[in-house]
Design a protein around this ligand. Structure first.
Ligand code: GLN
Length: 446
């Protein structure tokens, strides 16, 4: 009731929720009370959460931030949200997001932009901007997000949260509306690393319904939180601290590095020589996969359908023309072009080769260090509307986050400090399945 009242009071301005599930929340809260009384409660029983609006939730609208799915009520529950239901968590609602998770500022949503609670003129980041703003404004205790090229880590950085993108395959993608299937991964967004550990515990694990889900034992994510950082080897990629990095952010990260040193960490320079190729490779691969994934939205089986189609082709064309926003159409066109005969070798195949090189850069770096540290974004949160006409400058801000998705390695974003009265995010990347270590370092820093 406390959180529902806060949503009622504050979300008219913030716009972080697309749907508030008041009745469901109160019903689940009563069930949680019963579990507390009969002794079957776990650590998440009764904890009020919000879910990014691309997790299918049975009987609840699942819009993916798009007019295309504005009328879509999912007939089944995603694995991630089902696991939270099984743990006894409460669902407060579904959060705003960039349309089909394409964006870095939450401005491509059909439901309008989300405001950053730290300064309401500014974007909260994206694409999980609604989840970020909702947790930062204490409209929920924690939230889920998804990260294809930084959508958990970048908005966490802009709103002072801790957010974790797990190793690819760690969390089931079943029931999560696909953007770029080889890059998408769900994870927690919360106030602290400790909270992220509890949430990831519920989310992680093999799921036979997702063929890319990994059969790898799930450790106790809270067990190593309190380990001292003595001897931890932290790598600073030399390519990440050059031109284009905001001075206030650079300075805050500098201080954070000193604090880690004081906690016993050893700092080393490392190199990710192919990092500069990551953005072009990512936007070819992600758009190619999106163009294929989004072909299912044709106005026939579900979702938006145009009025009075004259024939089948008119139905397809107008439903997609009217149902998708500008950024989604841009990605579909780029992706279709990159996959078309004659261009496949020149773009898609090249991008896949770069992807392999980037993965190899990480494998080499992790022979020398335990974690890699960087800012989450080269620039601070910007004004709503400022970059809306310049998609490429928006794409360039993903520079620090997308390499982890291309390689499949896990990453955590956490608040490093403040610059110009705004939170500055710091990112730690680690080898495959090093989530316990990343959460440990984040917890010790906090
Ligand atoms: N900004 C990136 C994109 O638009 C990443 C988005 C995401 O991680 N979902 O593709």
């Amino acid at each position: 009731e406390h959180y529902l009242a806060r949503i009622q009071q504050l979300d008219g301005t913030l716009n972080s929720f697309i749907t508030v599930t008041q009745e469901l929340a109160l019903e689940q809260a009563r069930a949680a009370d019963a579990r507390l009384a009969d002794g079957s409660a776990g650590p998440l029983t009764g904890i009020p959460l919000a879910h990014k609006d691309l997790f299918c939730t049975r009987g609840v609208r699942t819009s993916c931030g798009s007019k295309m799915l504005d009328n879509f009520v999912a007939p089944y529950e995603s694995t991630v949200t089902q696991r939270f239901i099984d743990a006894g968590a409460v669902t407060l609602g579904k959060t705003n997001m960039d349309e089909f998770a394409m964006g870095s500022s939450n401005e491509s949503s059909f439901y309008g932009p989300v405001r950053n609670p730290w300064n309401q003129e500014l974007i909260p980041g994206g694409s999980s901007g609604g989840s970020a703003a909702a947790v930062a404004a204490r409209l929920c205790a924690a939230a889920t997000g998804t990260d294809t090229g930084g959508s958990i880590r970048q908005p966490s950085g802009f709103t002072g949260l801790t957010g974790l993108k797990p190793t690819y395959g760690r969390v089931s993608r079943w029931g999560m509306i696909a953007y770029a299937s080889s890059l998408d991964q769900a994870g927690p967004m919360a106030r602290t690393a400790e909270d992220c550990a509890l949430l990831l515990q519920a989310m992680a694990g093999f799921d036979e319904r997702d063929s890319t889900s990994v059969e790898h034992p799930v450790p106790d994510y809270s067990a190593e939180l309190n380990q001292p950082l003595q001897g931890l080897r932290v790598g600073l990629p030399k390519e990440y601290f050059g031109e284009g990095l905001d001075a206030g952010i650079a300075n805050t990260i500098d201080q954070a590095v000193k604090q880690l040193q004081a906690l016993g960490a050893e700092i080393r320079e490392v190199s990710l020589p192919n990092a500069e190729l990551a953005i072009p490779a990512y936007y070819v691969i992600a758009s190619a996969e999106a163009s294929s994934n989004l072909s299912r939205f044709d106005g026939v089986r579900y979702g938006y359908r145009c009025e009075n189609p004259t024939d089948l082709m008119d139905l397809y064309l107008r439903s997609r023309e009217e149902g998708f926003g500008a950024e989604v159409k841009r990605r579909i066109m780029v992706g279709t072009y990159a996959l078309s005969a004659g261009y496949y070798d020149a773009y898609y195949l090249q991008a896949q080769k770069i992807r392999r090189l980037i993965k190899n850069d990480f494998l080499a770096a992790f022979e020398q260090v335990d974690v890699i540290l960087s800012p989450t974004s080269p620039i601070p949160a910007f004004r709503i509307g400022e970059k809306i006409d310049d998609p490429v400058s928006l794409y360039l801000t993903d520079i620090y986050t997308i390499t982890a998705n291309l390689a499949g390695v896990p990453g955590v974003a956490l608040p490093a400090g403040f610059a110009n009265d705004l939170p500055v995010g710091m990112q730690l990347l680690g080898p495959y399945f090093s989530e316990p270590r990343l959460l440990n370092v984040a917890h010790q820093y906090q």
